[in-house]
Design a protein around this ligand. Sequence first.
Ligand SMILES: [Cu+2]
Length: 111
Amino acid sequence: MKRLMLVLTSGVLMMALASTSSAQDMKQDMKKEMKDKMEMKKEGKGMASFSCAPSCGFKVQSPDDAEVKEMARMHAKKHHGKDLSDEEMKKMMKRSDDTMKGDGKKMEDEK
Ligand SMILES: [Cu+2]
């Protein structure tokens, strides 16, 4: 009987140890995830932004191109009664990873 208790006790102890270490693993995973996110932010990769006319001042920014386009289309339609073509959209959109540097620069100069 006493021996059984001992086995049980050590079993509980093992479980406690295991759960402690897995909790630590989780913390480390979370830290790593946060670090990854922060690094992504720092690099600013893949951020798309849309700037309307300077006189309007509307701006939308998202890592998701499609979202930016959608917002821009909605804005143009609602506030300017205009359907933006893909060509116009491209001219007014800017990507922070510099794939659209030329067009982005143009927008900045117009300000
Ligand atoms: Cu506008």
